[in-house]
Design a protein around this ligand. Structure first.
Ligand code: HEC
Length: 209
């Protein structure tokens, strides 16, 4: 009985194996895996370097202001892309993801990672940073700054401008003239689903619960 059953199992297995071996659809294609060698080109590289004096589609970056944050080596103090309300919201979202762990959601430098011992970044409301041109913020994200790493590989160029714009709103929120606050009181309260008000707790480190 036992032997018959195992013979049957072996038979079924054999049929299954046979069936899979026959399927060859698109498994074998004339393609190279990344960094694979080839004898087709003299240098044996399947990955080809860019042809000299050519620019790949979508990689023409003539606009210095937009891609470096500088014009003639100087930080720009204007936004090289249009910033709408939606851009600000996108900047806020990206800031909360990539920057708030250290800088805190208010940009005051009381992020969770800092509460765990990383060096505290400066407060964005610091007059030096309030007066810094926006190109400086783009530059810090693009190239890093002191102990802070570059975010160029994680935050796309235009998102860096959106974050810079959101940093401006954070700065304004900490230095708003009383008259502006009065105006704001006549507005209906903005709808929000953020649960991040903890960072407002001043010296209370962390701020994110
Ligand atoms: C891992 C922690 C960390 C993250 C995440 C982080 N930063 Fe920083 N940042 C720092 C530290 C630390 C400094 C201070 C560096 C120094 O002075 O050596 C700093 C400094 C800065 C400064 C001030 C530069 C100056 O002129 O003093 C700006 C602006 C800034 N960061 C922007 C950002 C933005 C925007 C993001 C998100 C894209 C971000 N940072 C993400 C840790 C971080």
């Amino acid at each position: 009985m036992f032997q018959r059953r195992s013979a049957l199992a072996a038979g079924v297995l054999g049929v299954l194996l046979g069936a899979t071996a026959c399927r060859n659809d698109m498994h074998n294609q004339p393609k190279y895996k990344p960094f694979a060698a080839t004898n087709f080109f003299g240098d044996r590289r399947s990955e080809r370097p860019a042809i000299e004096d050519t620019v790949a589609r979508g990689q023409l970056r003539l606009d210095d202001a937009r891609y470096t944050g500088k014009v003639n080596g100087k930080d720009i103090d204007f936004f090289p892309i249009q910033i709408t309300r939606a851009d600000l919201q996108r900047g806020q979202e990206r800031f909360n993801i990539y920057c708030s762990p250290c800088h805190g959601r208010l940009g005051n430098g009381h992020g969770m990672v800092v509460a765990r011992g990383l060096r505290q970044p400066p407060n964005y409301a610091d007059p030096r940073l309030v007066n810094a041109p926006v190109g400086h913020f783009f530059d810090v994200m693009t190239n890093g700054y002191g102990a802070m790493y570059s975010y160029a590989s994680r935050v796309a160029v235009d998102d860096r401008w959106r974050i810079a714009a959101y940093i401006r709103t954070l700065q304004m929120s900490q230095n708003a003239p009383a008259a502006l606050a009065q105006q704001g009181m006549n507005q209906p309260p903005a709808k929000t689903n953020r649960e991040d008000t903890g960072a407002a707790g001043g010296g209370h480190a962390g701020g994110m619960k």
